[in-house]
Design a protein around this ligand. Sequence first.
Ligand SMILES: [Ca+2]
Length: 157
Amino acid sequence: MLAQQSIAISVGVLPNSDTLSNCPDDYTYNRKTNLCVKMSTDILNLNAAKSKCESFENGGLVTIRNHNQHDFIVQELAKIMNPPEPFYIDGTDEAEEGKFIGKDGKEITYLDWDSISQMDMPHEAQDFLCLNPTEDYKYEDVDGTRAYRYICEVVSK
Ligand SMILES: [Ca+2]
């Protein structure tokens, strides 16, 4: 006699145009900007923050490429942060002063500096980007040693 086999029917969720196939559950996907991001709840120095974001495949600190993406991030931060705090994002000018390179190796041409960054200490020692909470999350260059919140992204495959 043949054993009765139970047939498992998997109830799959149909792919939704508002999601990215490899965007993790606890990340937020924004279709307009094609960003899949997560704002950290912990605070870490730059290297530790970077490693944490990289624990997901195709993950890293978020690279902001244009005004729309920056706007989206600022809006998300406004929803969750009160009072606002600094956040690390991707981009470094370690190799060549003043030329910020993203994690994909390409230059970041969208740089929305705050009013103080370009006038303060020598920039040789400040090679990383952070969003300045006191100036609408515009950019500040920092040395990466301080523990801040950070924004991770997972890039589409
Ligand atoms: Ca620098």
